[in-house]
Design a protein around this ligand. Structure first.
Ligand SMILES: [Zn+2]
Length: 415
């Protein structure tokens, strides 16, 4: 199963918020989960049966609404020869929009993880549990154990530990055999140890770099070797950057992986927060620099820096709740983009077109979540995107002091 990116998680969270807010006046909202293994033909047959069952609903309006929702799903189903890779979910029905009015809504979702069970529900709210459970944090951590004799590389996914590689070294023990000069022996030992560390560093870097979405790396082992290994930068810098902490373990084999996880588990719940904190601290430190600051903030500056391709990490508050809105003049087709908050947008009265002689009101043609729009821009230039949660001092300050958008540059530029 592929892990979700931060971006997918964010998108799913937002989608769930919207779905949760939908209420039917009666049991007339339909949720249909189609797993990848299900034949579209079977789904159709199932819906046909529901369609005829629903003729018996007592309330005329409810019956009409349910029938039209099922028919809507059946017609959309025609676009599928077979379910997509992870299956597909339909949320369709008449949601209440107050004052006795309803509005037909239809959401078709290809979930980021596979649906396991076929499910049909008709209720006054959409049934979201299976989708919500995909959001439960399944953090991934790289596990790395080293001393001069052994090296073990593994992954922690949720609560599951995977051992990926176990290696042993040819580095001789501390004490030489007779016949060699002690100095020569020590020199050879150090060369062998260095070669061993290089090999372990390269192997671990290669493995961890192939694994997408690693939240951090935990390093363990007995004695000071692990510390030395970390300080001497034997790992690729991208992997080195992800090291969260080193822990003492008695073993450096598969058993050591479990030791490492249990040693780290106390801090584990804070790990996600702490890796976000680390990034924010880096940013805040740059902000205070007067010369060669790598900090960038303010939407206009961020956009400029992204276009120049000089942003290393883009930091976005999960609480941002803004949209990029495209206004178009229906008469002359002149258009412009604006950034607006959710509240702005609700009471928005579009201005008159600046290009037309006769006053023509512009219309909202398109709206994109600002996090999605900026993430797209960032991804085009190889910039990393971190969605920072609220609830820590650093996360809150990104939202309140920097309007939820900040970045760390690859190199200092006067914008
Ligand atoms: Zn116009």
């Amino acid at each position: 199963m592929t892990e979700m990116t931060q971006r997918q998680k964010y998108d799913l969270k937002r989608q769930l918020e919207e779905l949760k807010s939908c209420r039917g006046r009666h049991t007339e909202l339909i949720s249909l989960y189609v797993p990848p293994s299900k034949q579209i033909f079977d789904v159709n047959a199932y819906l046909k049966n529901e369609l005829s069952q629903s003729q018996n609903i007592k309330s005329k309006t409810t019956m009409k609404n349910v029938l039209s929702a099922i028919e809507s799903i059946m017609s959309r189903l025609k676009n599928f020869k077979q379910p997509p890779e992870n299956g597909v979910i339909f949320f369709v029905g008449h949601k209440s929009i107050g004052a006795d009015k309803t509005e037909m809504v239809a959401f078709i979702i290809e979930p980021p993880q596979p649906i396991t069970t076929f499910l049909y529900r008709c209720d006054s709210a959409f049934y979201l549990e299976p989708l919500e459970s995909m959001l439960v944090e399944k953090e991934i951590y790289g596990l790395f154990l080293i001393d001069r004799r052994e090296c073990t590389i593994g992954l922690l996914k949720g609560n599951h530990i995977d051992m990926l590689k176990y290696m042993t070294s040819q580095v001789p023990g501390k004490h030489g055999r007779g016949g060699q000069s002690q100095r020569r022996f020590e020199r050879l030992t150090e060369i062998a140890a260095h070669e061993w560390f290089v090999k372990c560093g390269e192997t671990a870097s290669e493995i961890f770099r192939q694994e997408e979405g690693i939240n951090g790396i935990l390093v363990g082992g007995p004695g000071p070797t692990k510390q030395y290994f970390v300080e001497e930068n034997y790992l690729h810098y991208e992997i080195q950057d992800k090291i969260i902490e080193t822990f003492d373990t008695g073993y450096t084999d598969e058993f050591g992986l479990r030791e490492l996880v249990s040693a780290a588990s106390e801090t584990m719940t804070d790990l996600k927060i702490s890796s976000e904190k680390k990034l924010m601290k880096k940013f805040l430190k740059e902000v205070t620099k007067t010369d060669d600051s790598l900090a960038v903030y303010g939407e206009a500056h961020i956009r400029k820096a992204l276009e120049m391709g000089i942003v290393d990490t883009l930091l976005l508050s999960e609480n941002l709740r803004k949209y990029r809105v495209k206004l178009t003049c229906p008469s002359c087709k002149y258009s412009e983009w604006r950034t607006m908050s959710e509240d702005d947008l609700e009471e928005f009265d579009p201005p008159d077109c600046s290009e037309c002689k006769n006053p023509t009101s512009m219309e909202v043609e398109e709206k994109i979540d600002l996090i999605d729009e900026l993430s797209d821009l960032a991804e085009q230039t190889g910039c990393k995107v971190e969605i920072i949660s609220m609830g820590s001092e650093e996360g809150d300050s990104l939202y309140s002091a920097f309007s939820g958008i900040a970045g760390i540059l690859r190199y200092a530029v006067d914008l």
